[in-house]
Design a protein around this ligand. Sequence first.
Ligand SMILES: Cc1cc2nc3c(=O)[nH]c(=O)nc-3n(C[C@H](O)[C@H](O)[C@H](O)COP(=O)(O)O)c2cc1C
Length: 318
Amino acid sequence: MIRIGNVVIPGRISLSPMAGISDSPTRRICRQFGAAFSYTEFVNTDELIHRAPKSMKLLRYESDERPITFQIFGNRLENIVQAAEIIQELKPDIIDLNMGCSTRNVSLRGAGAGLLRRPVYAGRIIEEIKKKVSVPVTAKIRIGWDSQSRNYSEVAKILEESGAAAITVHGRTKEMAYTGLADWEAIGEVKARAKIPIFGNGDIASFEEANRKLQTYGLDGVLIGRSAIGNPWIFSPISKRELSWEEIRAVLLQHARWMIDEFGEEFGLVLFRKHLVKYLSGLEFDPQWKSALLEIREWNRFEDLLLSDKRKPLTLTI
Ligand SMILES: Cc1cc2nc3c(=O)[nH]c(=O)nc-3n(C[C@H](O)[C@H](O)[C@H](O)COP(=O)(O)O)c2cc1C
């Protein structure tokens, strides 16, 4: 059993935080199939300090999601610390500092992966958050800004010395964004030197691969992002390939229902499309049926069309 600070993490494989994807319904579906803990989407600390409703809503969660990590980002120590103090009211189990976001408008202003260029400052942020909150504080990093500055060893050392309770390492540089392959040797190096739990992340495409990575690199845990979209079974030994359409459909309907509970009927279904496309991928359907399904904004029509027996998948190509 691993622990992040005093928080017991019941498993080794979890859902990676993904803005626009890893909302409460999605996290719950993944937990249901074995994801070890929950990680919110990243939330802007410049907005949290004003308790902006949109940002606070990103931190809503259900009790069956625990342990839950709130992920925050920003470039100003005072705002990050103040935001961490505010969100404690919502009783997260862990607070995580995003040091990996590669998008220009985040990283170029020194937030997200921008903090990799100022590791001492990032360390101070961790220290100062720790003074104000009672939960463990962690960080999620990339291996460097670009191929010339792969400073993951230095960053991990500073964060650990600053009191980070765990670190997740996505094995790409900021410059790589999502191209190329994650460097798992670098992740393994961080693990070999660290005394705190280290989570590895990048490109895991199956439950078996997750377990291989855990073993090969002696990691405390791994996170799965993109391959978990529309495939919550990835957190368990069950392979989506072995499931019937009826079984896939039952989970998809549950997920869609929870999206509607969270976001309302129309917006919930619109947001669900990203997931739906992935649930359906690998299954070959009548293209007209599929595009009609992806357009629907009313629950009854959505359910009726999904349950219409005439529309069985033609072939399974996963
Ligand atoms: C759409 C999308 C949104 C993401 N949002 C976040 C985020 O809010 N916080 C974060 O730390 N990482 C974020 N990431 C990065 C993922 O957590 C993960 O590190 C990355 O996708 C590599 O893992 P994977 O290959 O398993 O997807 C995001 C990735 C994607 C694809």
